[in-house]
Every structure is written in structure tokens, then in C-alpha cells.
Design a protein around this ligand. Structure first.
Ligand SMILES: NC(=O)c1ccc[n+]([C@@H]2O[C@H](COP(=O)([O-])OP(=O)(O)OC[C@H]3O[C@@H](n4cnc5c(N)ncnc54)[C@H](OP(=O)(O)O)[C@@H]3O)[C@@H](O)[C@H]2O)c1
Length: 280
């Protein structure tokens, strides 16, 4: 039997690092810690080595197609494919960020939606039979976080194709640049729109993979890891990174049969189309 391979994006720190650690503890296979910065990546690997774990490292900048192509080539040549892909890398501007909102919208959607899509377009084709994709979304990625009923209907349309979802993400950026995002019903958070895009993308991907022939029985789920003590939250989150990794690891490893689901940090399945869940 070929060895199994797990990959976590943006895993030099925070929740991604803890997901790699948990995979090293529980996954019967090789685990790739990836980072856009080689020094930060190697330092994280060293920390895990000191704890007795042996993850592999490869550079991976999700904003850079050349970096993704090199990583894909490496994985294909060395291992033939991937069994578990955890899309964790993302950014969030701080509440007091000085950049104009239009710029925040453009950069946040570029990384959290379009770079996620770019990684998926490259790496989903090399997922193996029964592969799993875990897209790290957020409580902010629940559909109800979008104020406009009309936009919620569009984003939650089960026949929405990826190119129209991408067009909606671009529309948000152009509305934000024109200062019209609130009157057009997007709300005032670029992070919310990007993470709703991440959740919506996960469900479209699942429906596409269910229809592929031959079918690889791949699962795609979106997860809210909880409010976690990381750089992203300026260390205000009340969960440890290990606690934040718990639901992503559940989706990556446990025998649950979940597909096309939005999963909360306590591992319960939440109706993405329904009532607003708790804030955290
Ligand atoms: N923390 C929370 O409470 C919370 C709540 C809900 C959802 N989330 C989600 O959980 C995930 C992890 O968040 P976190 O709190 O652990 O954040 P974090 O501490 O800021 O870590 C983010 C990671 O993503 C990496 N990254 C950013 N841009 C990248 C790129 N272009 N290519 C590759 N890696 C990149 C960062 O690398 P660098 O070190 O090089 O910047 C870092 O390793 C994110 O998807 C986040 O939206 C977090």
C-alpha cells in the first residue's frame, strides 16, 4: 500500500501548526508542514522535532501559482498524491488597521478566497481515493453573517457554479472600493465575506466531486475552529491552538462520513443556511 500523505497550508504557527502536530500524533502517514517563508517553516519543524515529531517541510505560498506548481510537482513525484488537504492559511486585518477598506477587501478576498481556490484547483486533482479536504472557515463564514437577503440567496444557491461565486467575490471588492459595500448589503467585514466565500466554495466543490467519474469518494467540509489564542486574534481567543485544531483534525481523521458540512469547533454540524450560530 502506498504511504498516506497529509498537507496543511500556513502551518508554521497558530492553528495550522497545531493541526500538523495533531496529525503527527494520530495520522498513519507522512505529514507536510508548509509555509510561505522557509525560515519560519524550518523553525516550526524544529520545534516539532524537539517534541519528538517528524513532519516533512515544503515551501508553499498560496498566493503564488509558481510556488503551488513546485509543491504539486514535488508531491506527485515523491508520493503520487495527497490523502488529506487542510486549507488553513488565511489573513485578517486588525480592527484598527489603517489601510482603506477597499484595499482590505481586495487583499482579504485575494488570499482567503482566490488563493484558497488556486490551491484547490491545483491540488484536488491529485487527491487520492477517499481523500479529504478540510477548509478552515470561521464563525464569520456562516451564511447568516451576510446582511442582504438577496446576496444570501445568491451565495447559498445550491446550483451556483464556482465562476459565479468568484464573480460575487469580485463584486464585493468593487463595491468596497466604491464605498458602497454597506448599502449593497455585504456588511462591514471583508473577513466575513471571504470566509462565507470559503464555506460556499467548499459545498460547491463537494457537489462537483460527487459527480466526477470515476468518483474518488472525496469529502470536502468547512470548519469553524473556535476563537483561538493566535496572532490572528492578537491572542484574545480563549481556546488553545490544540483545542482549535480539534475539529479540523476530527474532519481530517475520524470515521464520521461527513460531506458538504459546516462544522463547529465542538464538532457539531451546524446548518449553514439556517439561524446564526453563537458568535464563537
Ligand atoms: N484564531 C481564531 O480565533 C480563528 C477563528 C476562526 C477561524 N480562524 C481561521 O483559522 C485559520 C488559522 O488562523 P490562525 O488564527 O492560526 O492565524 P495565524 O496565527 O495568523 O496563522 C496564519 C497562518 O497562515 C499563513 N499564511 C498567511 N498567508 C499565507 C500565504 N499566502 N501562503 C501561505 N501561508 C500563509 C501564515 O504564515 P506567516 O507566518 O508567514 O504569516 C500563518 O502560518 C485561518 O484560516 C483563520 O481564518 C481562526
Amino acid at each position: 500500500m502506498a504511504e498516506k500523505i497529509a498537507v496543511v497550508t500556513g502551518s508554521n504557527k497558530g492553528i495550522g501548526y497545531a493541526i500538523v502536530k495533531g496529525l503527527c500524533e494520530r495520522f498513519q502517514g507522512k505529514v507536510y508542514l508548509t509555509a510561505r517563508d522557509v525560515t519560519r517553516g524550518n523553525e516550526a519543524v524544529q520545534k516539532l522535532n524537539d517534541l519528538g515529531f517528524q513532519p516533512l517541510f515544503h515551501q508553499l505560498d498560496i498566493n503564488d501559482q509558481t510556488s503551488i506548481d513546485k509543491f504539486k510537482e514535488h508531491i506527485t513525484k515523491e508520493h503520487g498524491g495527497i490523502d488529506i488537504l487542510v486549507n488553513n492559511a488565511a489573513i485578517a486585518f486588525k480592527q484598527d488597521a489603517k489601510e482603506p477598506f477597499g484595499q482590505q477587501a481586495e487583499e482579504t478576498i485575494a488570499v482567503n478566497y482566490f488563493s484558497l481556490l488556486r490551491v484547490c484547483n491545483s491540488l484536488i486533482p491529485i487527491l487520492k481515493q477517499n481523500g479529504r479536504v478540510v477548509n478552515v472557515s470561521s464563525s464569520a463564514g456562516h451564511l447568516s453573517r451576510i446582511p442582504s437577503e438577496d446576496l444570501r440567496q445568491k451565495l447559498g444557491d445550491k446550483s451556483l457554479p464556482i465562476d459565479l461565486l468568484s464573480a460575487l467575490m469580485k463584486k464585493f471588492v468593487s463595491d468596497a472600493k466604491a464605498g458602497k459595500h454597506i448599502e449593497r448589503g455585504w456588511g462591514n467585514s471583508a473577513y466575513v465575506v471571504s470566509k462565507v466565500g470559503c464555506s460556499a466554495l467548499s459545498f460547491i466543490q463537494q457537489r462537483m466531486l460527487d459527480n466526477e467519474k470515476p468518483c474518488r469518494n472525496i469529502s470536502v467540509n468547512a470548519v469553524h475552529p473556535g476563537y483561538v489564542d493566535t496572532d490572528m486574534t492578537s491572542h484574545k481567543g480563549h481556546l488553545t491552538i490544540e483545542e482549535g485544531a480539534s475539529a479540523p483534525l476530527h474532519l481530517a481523521l475520524d470515521d464520521h462520513g461527513l460531506k458538504e458540512k459546516y462544522v463547529w469547533h465542538d464538532k457539531t454540524v451546524i446548518d449553514w443556511y439556517g439561524e446564526t450560530p453563537a458568535i464563537y
